[in-house]
Design a protein around this ligand. Structure first.
Ligand code: NG1
Ligand code: ZN
Length: 545
């Protein structure tokens, strides 16, 4: 077939370095940008097949999120704006690793297994972040799409969640919103302005928010969106990419992992600040108190704020909908305790990686999911949305119920349900704080985080670590879990676990305990256990103090 001939010819322009093996990980392919040209071309091919198979538009986002600027990556977006399914992740890995001369064989094998009719039309939406390598890499994706006769729409520079939104809008024929960047701004800003009408007396100080754009796409898009928000949110934008390097000493990941403010941000005492990551799908908040102490409000605090607000509204509206919070092993122990014991909401723990949280959240009427690192959103089931909508329309609803139902309806519209979205999450948080008349300090005081520490250990092959129980227990190598258990016993309120990263060639170590020193010591001792029992390479981990 002519299409295959073209694939064969064009793939020579995007050659695979022999022997290079890459895995479709937690968030797609991710590595140094110089190794990715062939991957992009092949993901263009795969997205086209996926589109033919699903008879829907598929998204391809070129980004490496919070990774260093020199890296890049790619992820596929399924029809409803969600991450691509596990079977297709596997195809992605096989296609990516096929040597040049077996590319067509692997491609035809996928076509046969999935019984894809090649005469079906295909449509692929493409977006990219601000990395210097992203422009040419997204061109390689476009080449892949055109080889198999797919139609493409290149959105150029967009945040990851914006592209997810576009894909969902397209495949729901506009009922989720209109598939343009402007449509996104309009939908979100209208909902935000409606919500803040419930907090009419806010001062300019209360409307002010310092935003660290991580020198990335989020900063660019925040600038574009400002106009739509009128003066209901007064954004002071730092790290806007005009000179700093992407994610360098700034951004949500830096702030969360280092537990300190980003560089390049001037923050007054008690001032509300937040950081996006490099593709604006994560957000964390923070402030320094009058003694200069830094306070971080991470994904767990965000989930708590949003679920408390939603639970109160459901009660006021008299709606009997089940709400659950989905977390991972990285959730601070205090947050889990607060949600279960005080809030009395269902808490569920899944493996790391938003696709796992997203699936678990789909099981409830309202599923609030957040990773501790600030990636998350809220899913409202069809039933929940229908009930909320009917209550708004019901002429017999009393004023209190109607107000609660309208707030819920606008909140649904403000939330990007396809994926975690820093801009949407930020607007939800700002609206909730405004409506509840809370300062960032009030929010922070809901519960006190247990001190914690995250470390990385280099090992020769991180796959020697296998885990169970939502990654909270190590099954292999032998003796590792026993070693962790006995270390944890030495500390108060302590917990620790290890798991291989899905995005970096490292083993991650997490520990929490009653004091920072204890959390640091425990994390260090667990790192040593990993180093000794799981084939550590390089220097032995050094103590933090
Ligand atoms: P890995 O590298 O698998 O730990 C990291 C984050 C995940 C997720 C992915 C995708 C932590 C501890 N891990 O995964 O939560 O966000 O990146 O970006 O934050
Ligand atoms: Zn990201």
């Amino acid at each position: 077939m002519a299409q295959f001939e073209e694939v064969s010819q064009k793939s020579k322009l995007h050659p695979k370095p022999e022997g290079l093996i890459l895995q479709y990980g937690t968030a797609g392919f991710r590595t140094h940008a110089k190794h990715l040209d062939h991957i992009m071309f092949r993901m263009g091919l795969l997205a086209t097949l996926r589109s033919k198979k699903t008879k829907s538009t598929i998204g391809v986002m070129v980004t490496a999120s919070h990774n260093p600027e020199e890296d890049n990556g790619v992820k596929l977006i399924d029809p409803m704006g969600e991450m691509v399914t596990a079977a297709w992740e596997d195809y992605a890995t096989r296609l990516a690793n096929a040597e040049q001369d077996s590319l067509l064989t692997v491609l035809k094998d996928i076509i046969e297994k999935e019984a894809i009719s090649m005469s079906e039309p295909a449509s692929v939406y493409i977006g990219r972040d601000t990395r210097p390598s992203s422009a040419s890499l997204s061109q390689a994706v476009l080449d892949g799409v055109s080889c198999l006769g797919g139609k493409s729409h290149d959105y150029g520079l967009v945040t990851t969640p914006q592209l997810h939104y576009m894909v969902c809008c397209c495949n729901t024929h506009g009922s989720y919103g209109s598939a343009t960047v402007e449509g996104y701004y309009q939908k979100l800003s209208q909902a935000f302005l409606q919500l803040t009408q419930n907090a009419p007396n806010r001062t300019d100080d209360q409307k002010r928010l310092v935003v660290d754009g991580a020198n990335g796409i989020g900063a660019l898009k925040m600038r574009e969106m400002e106009l739509f928000l009128r003066s209901e949110l007064q954004v002071v934008l730092s790290n806007d990419g005009s000179f700093g390097k992407l994610n360098h000493l700034c951004g949500a990941d830096y702030v969360k992992v280092q537990q300190k403010p980003p560089e390049g941000l001037s923050m007054g005492a008690r001032e509300r600040c937040c950081s996006f990551d490099g593709d604006a799908d994560r957000i964390v908040y923070y402030y320094t108190d009058s003694e200069g102490r830094f306070h971080l409000l991470d994904g767990d605090k965000i989930a708590t704020l949003i679920s408390t607000y939603l639970k109160e509204l459901l009660t006021e509206a008299g709606l009997n909908l089940q709400i659950a919070v989905i977390q991972t092993a990285y959730a601070n122990g205090s947050s889990t305790r607060y949600l279960e014991d005080v809030m009395k909401v269902t808490v569920c723990c899944t493996k790391t990686g938003v696709k796992h949280l997203h699936h678990a959240a789909q099981e409830y009427d309202i599923g609030v999911y957040f990773e501790a690192n600030g990636h998350g959103t809220v899913l409202f089931s069809r039933t929940a949305q229908k009930q909320i909508h009917e209550l708004v329309k019901d002429p017999n609803t009393n004023d209190e119920k109607k107000r609660a139902a309208k707030l819920l309806e606008n909140t649904v519209n403000l939330i990007n349900q396809t994926v975690g979205d820093a801009i949407s999450d930020m607007l939800v948080i700002e609206a909730v704080l405004a409506i509840k008349g809370m300062s960032v300090q009030d929010w922070d005081a809901i519960y006190t985080d247990l001190p914690n520490r995250q470390l990385k250990v280099k090992v020769s092959d991180r796959r020697v670590i296998d885990t169970k129980d939502a990654e909270r227990k190590a099954v292999t190598p032998e003796g590792l879990q026993e070693a962790i258990d006995s270390l944890v016993k030495k500390y108060k309120q302590a917990r620790a676990f290890v798991r291989p990263s899905g995005t970096e060639d490292v083993v991650r170590v997490y520990a929490e305990a009653d004091t920072q020193e204890a959390a640091d010591n425990l994390a260090h001792e667990v790192s040593l256990a990993v180093y000794c029992l799981a084939g550590g390479v390089g220097d032995e981990p050094k103590p933090l103090h």
